[in-house]
Design a protein around this ligand. Sequence first.
Ligand code: VG1
Ligand code: CO
Length: 545
Amino acid sequence: MQVISVPSTPFSGQKPGTSGLRKKVTVFRQARYLENFVQAIFDTLSGQQGQTLVLGGDGRYYNDVAIQTILRMAAATGFGRVLVGRNGILSTPAASAVIRKWQAFGGIILSASHNSGGPDGDFGIKYNLGNGGPANESFTDAVYLRTQEIRAYDTVESPDIDLSKVGETCIGDMVVSIIDPVADYAELLESLFDFDRIARLLARPDFRMRFDAMHAVTGPYALEILENRLGAPPGTVVNCIPLPDFAGGHPDPNPVYAADLVAALADSRSGLSFGAASDGDGDRNMIVGRNFVVSPSDSLAVLAANHALVPAYASGLAGVARSMPTSCAVDRVAEALGIPCYETPTGWKYFGSLLDAGRCTLCGEESAGTGSNHVREKDGLWAVLYWLNILAVRDLPADVIVCEHWRRFGRNVYSRHDYEGIEIAQGDRLMNDLRARLSQLPGSEYGGLRIATADDFAYVDPVDGSRSERQGIRILLDDGSRAVFRLSGTGTEGATLRVYLERFIADPGQHEIPTQEALAPLVGLADAVARIAAITGRKVPNVIS
Ligand code: VG1
Ligand code: CO
């Protein structure tokens, strides 16, 4: 088959962020935009000839078009086989599972995750390595450099492939295998948890759960696993049909965008005892008890503390890892278990080397991401099944389990305040000003709170020694409270300032204090120190999670 080299010129700004390249669909639809980026990935790889690539996405608008383009380019660069999810669908954790199971060379995942979709929404693309995890910073930096010097991309002439049926076809010498997107993943999850016990819980008349797929990719996965394999009553999975625009919603499982689910669990007439949701590409999870939203940081700590109840983890955890802004709740569990706890920059790509080296078993982020060494991505349904396994064994509601956890370990009261859509220049100015004043902050006082230390988080990977700078500004107070500031690396419009707030309360008598009330003095300090209102003009955040 003849490879056609199509002349091209670089686009500015094709720099992958926290999780791949994310832009508006209108940007991706420009001629040669996607092609340039894919060619830059293929140019950065070496040895892909004859190898297997995994390809799929969250089904959002433009997924189908992009898959056809990438298939032709994969044939041109010499891949021997591409495994594509039927209809171009693969959730992020499922893609990771497929890469690992079939020992693929790597994978391309098409998703902008929790960002909105549709013709005016967002699209995204990222490359995962043969371990099933997101490519590390040195790879994404190399891809970016390549996008800046690209002169042509390679493709072949070939009609679109029908992606709707499982089976094999060819583009030239390259085999295109269309696979069931759910099967390998469901089989893997079934091997980790006590499905019989979870099935018995789901059959109980006094236990009713709802899983909200938010019209995103987890619908078919949750239907197969929760309703078909575990026998949950029909209707347990809601909003289960993936739509290219997520029905106009924001597929981000937090109390703002999944407000319906939270409200249903707060209403005793619903009869629901447990709720869960996942995001656009199926790697995030929200866990909701009766009138109780579990903070993702607490969730990670609870999963770690209860590992002995879950078959795959019963023999012990090698260690745990959390991103720096995630609360220190899991650190306390690690200490009690006598295992290491690693603190990494934000983004799942930093967990890969720790997992590969066997240094940690569970990892998580405050942004509703939790996962383990079963894949190299965070995994929404995995977290839900882990919780169900715990509930089934302990026979207690989720809220009681969390409150008991606090009594044993103390409570790390935690919240993230997002200021979305501020001007890029304002975001940069705020961070630069703060960075410039870091050395003067220790010892200063705001509203009775005293700053002990302040720094800009840098990380040295303990396995490969690679260094990542400027990963978030941390302000630590005398009483152990923290405020962390960073700019989002996944947004597509303006800048988003994230302020992460944490305060430890040991006294069980104070554990019931509402989160925002407990954090109010710290919120005041964060605003004063970073001059948020003064620089951005915003007095309050627009998303609180
Ligand atoms: C956000 C989260 C981060 C997460 C990333 C990708 O990044 O804060 O914890 O890893 O999204 O998640 P940022 O740079 O916007 O803060 V997902 O579900 O988009 O793949
Ligand atoms: Co996601």
